[in-house]
Design a protein around this ligand. Structure first.
Ligand code: SF4
Length: 340
């Protein structure tokens, strides 16, 4: 069963033709998985006793963000599907007028067809599934739940049948980086997935604690990332948004348009957490707290607009991989619908 293509989803759901501001809504920190790389692991001390966002506050955040230009609401956690009133939140988002209503999920609960249908009927039209390998035991061990891959397949099948647009999010780490091309191929051939979000590991939360097992350098992963991109290019598909996150132009010259977060943003998204609000400052806040530039960056054409690389990455691998660019290369042939 193939999922909707990007162009069909845009037409079917009346999505805007340009990228708008995003209202990113974190409902909770609970989760029914225990991913080894989780940046907001529910086991972490700071979130152990955190309360969920209540419906009234969530509604007022969504209204506020809509009024200031957001047309994409991205509902995350923790795991949003363990939030008991997720369908109600989705219904409210629809009533406010958001054309793009998205969740980011590990797929465990959406394996239940009637649950998946209840979200669709409430107004859900796109879901990003966190898939970390096409090898069942590798995926299960990364997310810390036996049988998780099997449920993920069922969830992808349910979403495809229901006409929910699918994208896949993958945390690239030392365990799975060699099989990234296989994963992309598998998801495209089995479910018609056109949108991917390959995220170089953020050294925060559980990932920081486990960094001995998870850390991998950009140089090690690049051949596999390039192979995956070449496959996507050969299929002439159009991802809805940039396919890479936490990469820099000097690591992948010519792929600037495929990286979601390398630039210091000129317009920023909203981030609503149960305990805090970052209005129009999500990427800036993340960039300022996590990233740095290297000793050679000043010579790079992107020096004034590049957000740099993670400080924790520098502690492990140094900055020798970040070589200044002298000119811009011809863009790698993958068109992106909503590029930043
Ligand atoms: S500014 Fe530095 S990190 Fe950014 S692209 Fe240039 S060399 Fe790479």
């Amino acid at each position: 069963m193939k999922s909707l293509s990007t162009l069909k989803a845009i037409e079917k759901y009346g999505w805007p033709y340009f990228r708008t501001k995003v209202c990113e809504l974190t409902l909770n920190y609970n989760c029914n998985a225990r991913c080894v790389f989780c940046y907001s692991s529910p086991d972490m001390q700071q979130w152990k006793n955190s309360k969920d966002l209540d419906i009234k506050t969530a509604s007022s955040y969504m209204i506020d963000s809509y009024k200031s230009g957001s047309r994409i609401v991205q509902i995350i956690g923790g795991e949003p599907t363990v939030y008991p009133k997720l369908a109600e939140i989705i219904k409210i988002a629809k009533k406010i007028g958001y054309p793009v209503i998205q969740i980011v999920t590990n797929g465990q609960k959406m394996a239940d067809c009637s649950y998946a249908r209840s979200l669709k009927e409430a107004g859900l039209n796109t879901a990003t599934f966190s898939v970390h390998s096409s090898n069942p035991s590798m995926h299960d061990s990364i997310v810390g739940v036996e049988g998780a891959f099997k449920k993920m397949l069922k969830a992808l099948e349910n979403a495809s049948k229901l006409g929910i647009y699918i994208s896949a999010g993958t945390a690239v780490n030392a365990i799975n980086y060699r099989q990234i091309p296989r994963l992309v191929k598998f998801l495209h051939e089995s479910f018609g997935v056109e949108s991917y979000h390959l995220i170089a590991m953020h050294f925060i939360g559980a990932a920081d604690k486990n960094n001995r097992n998870l850390a991998v350098s950009y140089s090690q992963t690049m051949p596999y990332i390039r192979e995956a991109l070449s496959f996507l290019s050969s299929k002439k598909i159009m991802p809805i948004a940039a396919v890479l996150s936490n990469y820099q132009p000097c690591i992948l010259p010519g792929c600037e348009h495929l990286i979601s977060d390398w630039q210091i943003p000129f317009a920023d998204d909203d981030l609503y957490l149960p305990e805090k609000v970052y209005k129009e400052s999500m990427y800036s806040m993340i960039t300022n707290s996590l990233r740095m530039k290297g000793k050679n960056c000043k010579k790079c054409i992107y020096y004034n607009i590049c957000a740099g690389f993670e400080k924790k990455y520098f502690e492990i691998y140094g900055d020798s991989e970040f070589r200044p660019l002298k000119s811009r290369l011809r863009p790698f042939p993958i068109p992106v619908f909503y590029s930043r």
